[in-house]
Design a protein around this ligand. Sequence first.
Ligand code: ADP
Ligand code: ZN
Length: 437
Amino acid sequence: MEEKRYYQKEIETMPLEEIQRIQSEKIVKQVKNVYDNVKYYRDLMDAKGVSPEDIKGIEDIHKLPFVSKADLREAYPFGMLARPLSDCVRIHSTSGTTGKRVVAYYTQHDIDLWDECCARAIVAAGGDENDICQVSYGFGLFTGGAGLNGGSHKVGCLTLPMSSGNTDRQMQFIMDMGATILCCTPSYAAYLGESLHEQGYSADDIPLKAGIFGAEPWTEEMRHNIEDTLGIKAYDIYGLTELSGPGVSFECEEQAGMHINEDHFYAEIINPETGEPLPEGEIGELVFTSLDKEAFPLLRYRTRDLCRLTRKKCSCGRTHVRMSKPLGRSDDMMIIRGVNVFPSQIETVLLNEGYTPNYQIIVDRVNNTDTFDINVELTPDQFSDKVSDIAKMEKDLVAAMRSMLGIGPKVHLLPPKSVVRSEGKAVRVVDKRKLHD
Ligand code: ADP
Ligand code: ZN
């Protein structure tokens, strides 16, 4: 039997010219659709002096105005709807990591399209109808649970709709049901792995073979840590509520960037300062257009996620453009004493130096100077009550941080279990400066 490697082979391996032809057809229709049906867009386009007739193909997309999260908040609750509510079958909402929630609407067509994107991700991670897929992303307004649940159904896996939390029950179902694919945030995967080991299981005992992890930034070092602990291959998946949810892009077995489902979502990279499109390969802000969503179609939506795109041939056979792991959102970047710092850089140093991914970054301002502290938890093995050992370890870690970041934090090595674990999106940074503003 031929190994099933794609969920929708024809689309996923389509030559670029063919993809562009489809994109062009869809964008012309979509622009006309939003101009006719969404006053908010009509006003934006009129203000920019663009009419639907100006958009003749995907190459004209740069003529359209951008849409930002602020627009979505302004248009809340119904201002961006392109279909009557009677055509909509569900809503979801952002987790509100960076402010007021955004509500997104779906017709049945939109749900099917989204489920298919997630199904592509599951098949790319080696999934088929013989798999048992444990969905431990949150269910509810958050898109993680619903998206992977829908994808798992399409693939025909036996689906375990666990939602997040209740770690004992999660472990019980992995072991008793023999779950083979785990879907959750990477920080929760790390926590589950740690907890299974505490129960005496080793990577060899754990039936999982693959994990599909996303919804938050995570580093390569974190990937290796999870892969070793759970004995799996860990795949990245990316998405956002505004576009549907997880599955906008996903990793294949090459684990070298995530293929964007570009028959549905057209990606651009722009200079976040000027809004100018950047050439392939340069890092900038990711901008998406939903080409064929019905209820809540977004044109040139600024994600604030920073990454780069590549069209280099991928050996998996998929032709869709790949995006690099987002460095984090532009708003995740901390400016500490004038230096740009990303949480992902800190995670890289910690894991390279042999620490666990249990850490928290605390930034504050005291007497007009930024303070920068990192709490890092030790494993029971690392934990030593000899004060001189701890002091030496802290000193070494500060030096490693300084060489990566160009600025030295205060490092606090803490006893095991002193940093709170995350069941969903981890809170890595507490920036108290914002409270004083
Ligand atoms: P919120 O914006 O409130 O967190 P969402 O749950 O829709 O709402 O989150 C989408 C955001 O999550 C993305 O814009 C991105 O910043 C982040 N994200 C999602 N998947 C990944 C991933 N695989 N790697 C890094 N960041 C991710
Ligand atoms: Zn690939």
